[in-house]
Design a protein around this ligand. Structure first.
Ligand SMILES: NC(=O)C1=CN([C@@H]2O[C@H](COP(=O)(O)OP(=O)(O)OC[C@H]3O[C@@H](n4cnc5c(N)ncnc54)[C@H](OP(=O)(O)O)[C@@H]3O)[C@@H](O)[C@H]2O)[C@@H](O)CC1
Ligand SMILES: Nc1ncnc2c1ncn2[C@@H]1O[C@H](COP(=O)(O)OP(=O)(O)O)[C@@H](O)[C@H]1O
Ligand SMILES: [K+]
Length: 507
C-alpha cells in the first residue's frame, strides 16, 4: 500500500520534518536535488550523444531552489549545464536565494536568454507544490518554451511536479509542462496520477529524501493505492480443503441476448478462486451458458416470470451475490432487484450495470436496503444514480461519492481511468493499475466476478473491493502485454487472471 498526497499534505510533511524532527530545509533540498541530478545523468547516458547540453529552468520558490542545486551538482560533475532563471528575483524564497548564490560562487552558467531549443535535457523547476493559481504572463511563456523544446526532441525532467499541474486534482492551471519523467519527493502527489496531470507527468519516479515517516501518521493521510506489494493480500489456499472452503457465489445476471455479461461475471468469480458459482438467469440463456461454462450450476427462470419467493429463500445459501450484469431493465429484472435489495441477508452484494440502472429509478430500495452492498458504477451509471452530470462528477467525485456512501450506506467503486473507492472509512482508494485496452465491452462484468470471488473466500467487502479493483487492472495490464491495447478483449482480461494469479502464488 502506498499513500498519495495532496499539496497541502506534502507541505505539512516538509514542515513537520524541518520543524519537529529538526532536519534543516537545505538538507532536504540537497537530497532532492541529488535525485534530480542522478536522474538527469541517467537520461544523459541514455541519449548516447557525443555532447549533452542541459538547461535547468527555475522559478523563485523552493522548486526553483531544487533546480538550481541540481544544476550546480551536475556542473560540479562536469556536465554542460545552464541555469535559466524564470522567476522574480525579489520574490525568491530564502532557500532559492541561497542556492542561486552558491551557483554564482561556483560559476555555474546562468543565461538571460529564453531559447531552450539547443538543449538536449530540460529540468523543469518552475513550480512544484506551491502553484496556487493559474499560470499567466512570463511564466506561461517559459512553459511554452519548455514544451516547444520538448516537441523538438529535448527530454524534460520535472522536479516534484510538472509545472502548471494542480498538485491535488491534476488539472492544468492554464498551461503545463509536458514532461518525459517526473521525479517526486517522498510521496506521489495525487495530481500526478489523476488526469490530465498524469499525461503531463510522464513516468513518475518517487524518491526518498529523508522525510520523517512519523509525519505521515501525525498528519493523517487519506489517499491510498495498492502496488505489487499488496498481492500478499490474496486469500490463502489450504492443502486440507474442499470447494465449500472457498465459498459459493450467486450471479444474478443476463437476459435474452445478454448471456455474455453473466458468463464474464461467473467465470471471473471461478478464476478468482471461488469454490462454486451458481448462475441465476432467464431460461432463454440456458443452452448457451451451459455450453460456455459447464462448471457453473444453472438456475433458470421463465424469462418474464421469476419465482421471487424461491429466489428469496435461496439467497442465504451463498457467500457472495452479484446482481445486475446484463440483467436488462424489464419488469422481471426490476422484481429481482427489489427482492434482493429488500431481503434481510447479511451476505456481500455487488450491484453493477442494469442492477444500478434499475435502482437509479427506485432509489428508495437502496436507502431501505440493509444488505452489505458495494456498487460499481461507471461515470454514466453514477450520473444516473446521483443526478449530477459527468463533468460535475469528474470534478467533484470524492465529495459526491462520500455523500452518496453516507446517505445509502454502500461502498462506492466509481469506475474510470482512475477508479476510486469510497467506503465508510476515512481512507479513499485510488487505483493505478489498468489501461485503455480495458475500455472494451465486458471489462466491468469481470470486476464484479473478481470481487465476489474474493468475498466468497471470506475477505471483508471493503478489502475485496480494493484488492479486486487492483487485480482487475493488473489482469488488464497482463492482457495488454499479451494482445496489445487495441486488440485485447474482455475474454483476454479473463484469461489473464490465471496468468496473473499463477505468477503471484508461485512466486
Ligand atoms: N523544505 C521544503 O519545503 C522542501 C521543498 N522542496 C521543493 O520545494 C517545492 C515547494 O516549494 P514552494 O513551497 O516554495 O513552492 P513552489 O512550487 O516553488 O512555488 C512557489 C513560488 O511560485 C510562485 N507562484 C505560485 N503560483 C504561481 C503562479 N500561478 N504564477 C506565478 N507565480 C506563482 C510563488 O509566488 P507568490 O505566490 O509568492 O507570488 C512562489 O514564488 C516542492 O515542490 C519541492 O520541489 C524540496 O526541496 C524538499 C524540501
Ligand atoms: N482507460 C482506462 N484505463 C484504465 N481502466 C479502464 C480504462 N477504461 C476502462 N477501464 C476499466 O474497465 C472497466 C470498464 O467497466 P464498464 O464501463 O462497466 O464496462 P462494461 O460495461 O463493458 O463491462 C472499469 O473497471 C474501468 O475502470
Ligand atoms: K516543476
Amino acid at each position: 500500500m502506498e499513500y498519495l498526497v495532496t499539496g497541502r499534505q506534502a507541505k505539512a510533511i516538509d514542515t513537520y520534518t524541518i520543524e519537529h524532527t529538526g532536519i534543516p530545509s537545505l538538507v532536504l533540498m540537497e537530497r532532492a536535488s541529488l535525485t534530480i541530478a542522478e536522474e538527469t545523468a541517467q537520461v544523459a547516458a541514455q541519449l548516447k550523444l557525443p555532447a549533452v547540453r542541459i538547461a535547468a529552468v527555475c522559478g523563485s520558490g523552493n522548486n526553483g531552489g531544487d533546480g538550481i542545486a541540481a544544476a550546480r551538482i551536475l556542473h560540479s560533475r562536469g556536465y554542460d549545464v545552464t541555469i535559466f532563471f524564470a522567476g522574480l528575483r525579489e520574490k525568491m524564497s530564502p532557500d532559492c536565494q541561497k542556492q542561486l548564490s552558491i551557483a554564482e560562487n561556483l560559476s555555474v552558467p546562468i543565461s538571460n536568454d529564453t531559447d531552450l531549443d539547443a538543449y538536449n535535457i530540460i529540468i523543469d523547476a518552475i513550480f512544484g507544490i506551491g502553484l496556487d493559481r493559474p499560470v499567466t504572463g512570463t511564466y506561461k511563456d517559459w512553459i511554452t518554451a519548455v514544451n516547444s523544446a520538448s516537441e523538438n526532441g529535448s527530454k524534460v525532467i520535472a522536479v516534484d511536479t510538472p509545472s502548471g499541474i494542480h498538485t491535488d486534482s491534476g488539472q492544468i492551471m492554464g498551461t503545463a509542462v509536458h514532461a518525459d519523467r517526473t521525479v517526486t519527493f517522498g510521496y506521489i502527489k495525487k495530481g500526478l496520477v489523476l488526469y490530465p496531470g498524469a499525461s503531463c507527468a510522464g513516468k513518475v519516479i518517487c524518491r526518498d529524501i529523508g522525510f520523517d515517516p512519523a509525519a505521515a501518521e501525525y498528519i493523517g493521510l487519506q489517499y491510498i493505492t495498492y502496488t505489487k506489494e499488496d498481492y500478499k493480500r490474496l486469500p490463502k489456499r489450504y492443502a486440507d480443503s474442499h470447494k465449500g472452503t472457498y465459498g459459493h457465489v450467486l450471479v444474478i445476471a443476463g437476459s435474452k441476448n445478454m448471456a455474455g455479461a453473466a458468463y464474464f461475471s461467473a467465470l471471473a468469480a471461478y478464476r478468482m478462486g471461488a469454490g462454486l458459482v451458481t448462475l441465476y438467469t432467464p431460461e432463454s440463456n440456458r443452452c448457451i451458458l451451459q455450453q460456455l461454462l459447464p462448471e457453473a450450476v444453472l438456475k433458470t427462470y421463465p424469462d418474464t416470470a421469476p419465482d421471487l419467493s424461491a429466489l428469496s429463500d435461496q439467497l442465504n445459501n451463498y457467500q457472495a451475490i452479484i446482481l445486475g450484469p446484463g440483467l436488462g431493465q424489464n419488469a422481471a429484472s426490476e422484481n429481482i432487484v427489489r427482492t434482493v435489495t429488500a431481503s434481510d441477508i447479511k451476505i456481500p452484494l455487488i450491484i453493477d450495470a442494469d442492477g444500478l440502472n434499475i435502482l437509479s429509478k427506485n432509489m428508495e430500495w437502496l436507502s431501505k436496503s440493509t444488505v452489505p452492498t458495494v456498487i460499481t458504477p461507471h461515470m454514466k451509471e453514477l450520473s444516473r444514480l446521483t443526478g449530477h452530470n459527468i463533468q460535475y462528477l469528474k470534478e467533484n467525485l470524492v465529495q459526491v461519492c462520500e455523500t452518496f456512501t453516507r446517505e445509502y450506506g454502500v461502498i462506492c467503486i466509481a469506475k474510470d481511468t482512475r477508479t476510486m473507492i469510497i467506503d465508510n472509512s476515512e481512507t479513499i482508494y485510488i487505483n493505478l493499475s489498468g489501461n485503455n485496452g480495458m475500455a472494451t465491452g465486458g471489462s466491468g462484468d469481470i470486476l464484479t466476478g473478481i470481487i465476489a470471488g474474493l468475498c466468497a473466500q471470506h475477505m471483508p467487502l471493503s478489502e475485496a473491493a480494493r484488492l479486486g479493483v487492483y487485480l482487475h487492472g493488473c489482469a488488464g495490464d497482463t492482457a495488454a502485454f499479451n494482445k496489445g491495447f487495441h486488440s485485447m478483449t474482455a475474454s483476454d482480461v479473463l484469461n489473464a487472471i490465471p496468468e496473473l494469479l499463477k505468477e503471484i502464488t508461485l512466486d
